[in-house]
Design a protein around this ligand. Structure first.
Ligand code: 5RP
Length: 290
């Protein structure tokens, strides 16, 4: 406890040196409160401003997806190479070691599966998300589907609760057979998520006009990988997405279904954080795969 008497005089005031406020590297997020920024800073690399998230939440709609049958065997070895883990609360408690110290983007909406109609979802409580020390909560938003209003309401509910406890919300633009993944739809869906308060948006890459999708979205976008592609093509997609304004990837199948998932995740990192060209990243992947 500091003593009241006989302390050294305070004299190091740095007169003439302006106090420089540190700003977030990510667009649209500078005005948030400290706790919110602290959580986001765990997810996004301070130097590159980008993130490599590893998504393995597929089981909540698809059951034992290829590559996720035994997450203790396939996902746990990948954890050291990811900046953030995107998963359900079940997977988190069942297989993610708390000692791994990785920020969690917790899937916080769920409801229907591929056996019925996707996106008819309800929410986890914010209390549960806080109990699990989530750094971000992910909510599906199905713009243009029958469940549009329900899922936008889910998003705004989570944004309200997240604002209360400084937990950022990831708006996940929905998958669905009837939803076309072109720039027009993706611009609309991502912008709607941002305008309704999502702090980060997860969406798909599209080959034509993706730079317009990122330009019109006032907060960072991370891309999902989608169905498994040849590794070279997946690295190309990641490169183009970053080059056209994405702030990172939130990839699942293109990592854990790769021939060598640890090599693939490291190659993706080189593209996302170092701007490595896809052909060089692929060469690196081949060498690491052996
Ligand atoms: C589904 C999700 C998944 O996490 C997402 O699709 C990422 O995985 P993949 O790269 O395999 O597409 O949010 O709702």
């Amino acid at each position: 406890m500091p003593e009241a008497d006989n302390n050294l005089d305070a004299k190091n005031y740095g007169i003439g040196i302006p106090q420089v406020p540190e700003t977030m590297l990510m667009k649209g997020l500078n005005e948030l409160d400290w706790g919110m920024k602290d959580r986001l800073a765990r997810i996004f690399n301070r130097m590159s401003g980008h993130t490599v998230m590893l998504a393995f939440d597929h089981g909540y709609i698809m059951g034992p997806t290829s590559g996720l049958e035994r997450m203790d065997l396939t996902i746990v070895p990948l954890i050291p190479y990811a900046d953030c883990l995107m998963c359900t609360r079940g997977a988190l408690r069942q297989i993610v070691p708390p000692t791994c110290n990785k920020p969690i983007s917790l899937r916080a909406s769920a409801g229907s599966t591929i056996l019925t109609e996707l996106n008819d979802e309800c929410l986890l409580s914010m209390e549960e998300c806080l109990r699990l020390n989530a750094s971000m909560v992910a909510v599906m938003v199905a713009i243009g589907s029958r469940f549009e209003a329900l899922t936008v309401r889910n998003l705004t509910t989570m944004v309200d609760q997240g604002s209360r406890y400084n937990v950022p919300v990831l708006g996940v633009t929905a998958v669905g057979k009837e939803l076309v993944r072109d720039a027009r739809y993706l611009s609309l869906a991502t912008r709607v998520c941002a305008e309704n308060g999502a702090h980060v948006i997860k969406t798909y890459y599209c080959e034509s006009g993706f730079e317009k999708v990122t330009a019109a979205c006032p907060v960072p976008i991370v891309i999902a990988g989608g169905k498994k592609l040849p590794e070279r093509e997946a690295l190309q997609m990641a490169y183009e997405a970053i080059d056209q304004g994405a702030a990172g990837v939130d990839m699942g199948r293109n990592v854990f279904q790769a021939d060598c998932p640890t090599a693939m995740l490291q190659a993706v990192r080189r593209v996302v954080h170092d701007g490595e060209r896809p052909e060089k990243a692929y060469e690196m992947y081949r060498q690491m795969r052996g």
